[in-house]
Design a protein around this ligand. Sequence first.
Ligand code: ZN
Length: 136
Amino acid sequence: MKINHLGIAVKSLEESVPVFEKVFGVKAGETEYVSEQKVNVRKLSIDNCDIELLEGTRPDSPITKFIEKKGEGIHHCSFEVSDIVNSLNKLKEEGINLINETPRTGADDMLIAFLHPKSTAGVLMELTQFKGEETI
Ligand code: ZN
């Protein structure tokens, strides 16, 4: 298993993107709107993982709510798996609380599912599977 990306909640992509571009010395990709989460996403690819900057587009976006409660910062950590349905079933069996029992579509058209941070030391973890590897 490897880390695919870190999701960072930001108030404004316009303000944050240039800062992260300076820090990592790379240009961010185009803005992608993920309707499921009501967020605009811009990614920066660094050597071993991506940085996903997330800006809520509506008051009921999970990212807008997160920033209201905790401020800007690391929102989630995403791990790549080869068979997301199998991984979710296994984790559930092992007593891990799942936010998403079935995968949904995230940025880059990948399948994603979140684990409940209550089970994982307060860290919101996301499983990611590239759709091309879908085994269903
Ligand atoms: Zn993510």
